[in-house]
Write a protein that binds this ligand. Sequence first.
Ligand SMILES: Nc1ncnc2c1ncn2[C@@H]1O[C@H](COP(=O)(O)OP(=O)(O)O)[C@@H](O)[C@H]1O
Ligand SMILES: [Mg+2]
Length: 532
Amino acid sequence: MALKPSGLQTKVILLFAVTVISVVTISTFIAMILTGPLVEEEVYRRALAQARLIAHALVNERAFDDPQALMRGLRQIENDLPSVKQADVFLHNPEHHLLATTDSSAEHLELDHISNISTYNEYENLPSEDAITIETPDGDFWIMGVTILKQGNPIGCLMLKVSKSHSGDVTRNLVLQNLVVLLASLGVVALVIHIFFLRSVRAPMKEMVRVMEAAESGELSVRARVASPDETGQLATHLNRMLARIENFNAELARQVEGATAELARRNEELRRINEELFDTQRKLARSERLAVAGQLAASLAHEIGTPLNSISGHVQLLARRPTGDEVADRRLRIIESQIDNIVRSVKQLLAWTRKFELQMGPVNLPRLVEESVLLSSPSLEHRHIKVKTEIDRNFPDIVADGGYLQQVFLNLINNSMDAMPRGGELRLRLRHPAEGDPREVSIEVEDTGEGIAPETLAHIFEPMFTTKRMGTGAGLGLAICDQIVRQHGGVIRATSRIKQGTVFTIVLPLDCSEKSETPPAVTIASPSVVS
Ligand SMILES: Nc1ncnc2c1ncn2[C@@H]1O[C@H](COP(=O)(O)OP(=O)(O)O)[C@@H](O)[C@H]1O
Ligand SMILES: [Mg+2]
């Protein structure tokens, strides 16, 4: 995993490094100050101890009597103690006669103020800081002297010039070693911190960042793995808890929105239904208003026109029975008579429609009723070359209805079909049970292959006095009467049509029409009639 300059881990390592390096630098400095004199003392003591040993060795090996052996001994000192720069041996006599020296070119180490043995003895026990020191361009030196004793008697003196800088070198080496160890430790600690960060901080952080990113993109079910119970683990636990709360909150919100939407849809649907009902009611109201007006009109027509018409008709009939001999007059009389008949018929139709029908309910064999209707229409059907096809479901049941009125419906529908097929065609009659899947109902379909009805016309065909036929041939009441009769039976009649292809009228009736039959009106005016 690469370290990012801005990463927490890098910052911690840098902080650690800066702190440690500062501490190490300061401690090294302090160590140098503190260790310097100690090392100096140690080097001094060691040089002195070594000098003593050699002084004794010189006596034991009788080197004191042999100048060459003495020189070897001195060289030995130089070799063993790198800090010793010069070693001189003096005889113990008042002249302090120089016996041997490692550096004959140098000034003798004999010191003016060391004049007797007792002084040497004192001198031997001086601490390093009180030792005699000389400062030269080559560095600072201690001058130390050791009494050479033979059988307890002083026979000479060994003088040493010991470099002080050697103790500095030792101190520096020590500090340097320390520094190297510390730096190595620093590297190890940095590595340990790195590994610690990887496992204890970066991995959990990465996991949490992953979870947060997922949550940000809408995936709220995601949860962080809790790897340890430490602070990062607690952080992950809290994050998980927070996510769970957000998820619950979201779900609750979604539920509420869903509920509100469903409620809104329900209200909308209710509103639509109410609107539809209102529209339907308005339509029915308009229709019944129109029916009421038409009814009143028809009633007053019957009253206003009927009576004089009766009288005219009577007189015309009388005239017609007695031919005048004038052929033109007789022919005109016959025309008048037939036109009066037409008027009477129209008035009767109007009256027939305005009234509600008093239904006489009883068992009706619909297949037979349909067959009879076809039979009644057969002269016209044959005349127009119309073929009739009847299809009846097996076990078609008898229904409870008013057969007379239902026949009027069938005859009206057959009449219309014949009008729609002036050049012949096919009339199909289908009796179905159950009707449209409901066993409590039957259906009767009257289909023709005639001219069809345009969609804009289809919406009006059941309205009273709506006709597309020319004056005198259609009063526009046939389907209005059919509709009224069927509705009084508790059924429905509807039409579907395709222009130039034909029309299907479907009547759906309950098996027992008496159950749903509408109450007939108080006043009845005329008997059922078949209209054009
Ligand atoms: N089978 C049919 N095919 C085509 N049009 C029809 C058919 N039945 C009815 N119609 C249309 O419906 C109108 C209304 O019919 P109806 O109420 O019987 O009155 P009318 O027959 O006196 O016109 C007709 O004028 C005609 O336009
Ligand atoms: Mg008609």
